[in-house]
Structure formats: structure tokens, C-alpha cells
Design a protein around this ligand. Sequence first.
Ligand code: SF4
Length: 268
Amino acid sequence: MDNVMRSADESSERLIAWGEARNIETCFERGQKLKPCPIGAGGACCRICHVGPCRLIGQNAEEEAMGVCGASLPTVAARNFLRMAAAGTAAHSDHARDMAFTLLAVANGEVRDFRITDVKKLNRVAGILEVEFEGRPVNDVARDVATKLIEDFGRQRGALYFTRRAPAKTRERWERWGIMPRGIDREIAESLHRTNMGVDQDPDSLLMSALKVSLADGWGGSMISTDVTDILFGTPQPKKAEASFGIFKEDEVNLVVHGHEPSLAEML
Ligand code: SF4
């Protein structure tokens, strides 16, 4: 493999080189070897319904190519993009759902491995959600906070609670463009519905939906997950610690837990 920089982290570079010297294939090597799909490189493929796959390629594909249902290349590209955004929102937000249910279980005394570490953060979030916290037992506040956060997944109308943290001008713009996210699951479901065969054919409208489902992620799933993680495990502070591959010990068994599920790491 050519001597190209694959990571900004020097120790990662050394690890990649170590693997390559031992014929351990990495994503970097596969990325160099794989040729882009010729359909995707010059057009798009639609596999949304059983009539396809439809390949929208060729000269003037952007203006002339059409799937069997009449979808144009910009429509298919926008549909594919919206489905990617919906999948990303689903992944982040399903993690957030688990975190909110973990907070509820902690508040109800159903789990022994976790506790509420950052009461100040809990109260701050309670304030945003209009949950009374002054003089109340911490677990009661946490139960109400978790219940309200769980509501954000199934809400059918209105707006996600945390969108009220956004500046008024931004909220007004989201309302005007019709992209204020209602419920997280609702925006994901609507994205899948909208991209189905024979539904939304307008690339601009599909891309606005991509913004809406992404806002459901940013101001829903991601924000809920971050706040609940802070409440349960403590808001991160700068800390001096040993990190990276230098922490491995040659005379010890080194276990590496990969992923970003903080509740698992915290239990270990
Ligand atoms: S939705 Fe349209 S473009 Fe896509 S596979 Fe079906 S017929 Fe083809």
C-alpha cells in the first residue's frame, strides 16, 4: 500500500502499519482497493420497490433518466439521501431511548449498577422540561424527566421539548420552512413513507424532510442521550489520564471494549 497518511493520530498510523506488515487487512486497505460502483459514480440505483432495481445512468441521466415509476435521478438521489438520514436518526435515537429508559429504571430503583451522579444537570434538564425540582426527592424528579423525554419519541404533534433551547429566530425559521421536528419516531416513519414509490417525487421536498429528520436527531436523540449520560455518569470534565495504545501492558491480559454504549462501559 502506498505510504499515504491514513490517520491524524500517530499511534494509529503505527498500528495500521503493524497490521499491514502482518497481512491484517484494514478498512483503509479495503477503501483503496474497492472501485466505486459505476452506477453510483455516474448516476443512481433505486431499490425502493420490488419493480426495481432501476438504474438511472447514461448521458444526460440527470435530465432524462427515469425509473419504471417515473422517478428522476434527482428524485432517486434525494430519496436515497433521506433514507440515510432517517437511518442515522434511528440509530442515535434508539440509543437515546435506551438511555431514557435506563434513567427511568434508576429513578424507580430497578437497577443497582447505576445512580444519578449529576443532580445539578438533572435539575437543569428538569427546568427545560418544566418539571418541578425544588424540594423534591431526586428520584421523583428523574422519573418525571425520563417520562417526558420518552414522550418525545412517540409525539404526533407539536415540537420536541429540547427545540425550545434553540434561539427564537431559529425556531421561527424551522416553523416557517415546515421542518420543526414533532416526534422522533414520527419523523423517521414519515421519511420512510415519503421515500416510498409513488409518494414524494420532489427532490426539494425530500431534502427538506432530510433536514427535519436530522433535526429530530440533533435536538432529540443526540441531545437526550448526551443529557441523560451526563445525569447518570456525570458531566465530563477535563481530566489528565493515560490513553491510546501506550496503556497496553505486555505482561497483562488487555481487554478492549469497542463501541459507544456508555452504560456498558460504566458497568465495567
Ligand atoms: S421506486 Fe421507482 S425507481 Fe425505485 S425501484 Fe421502484 S420503480 Fe424503480
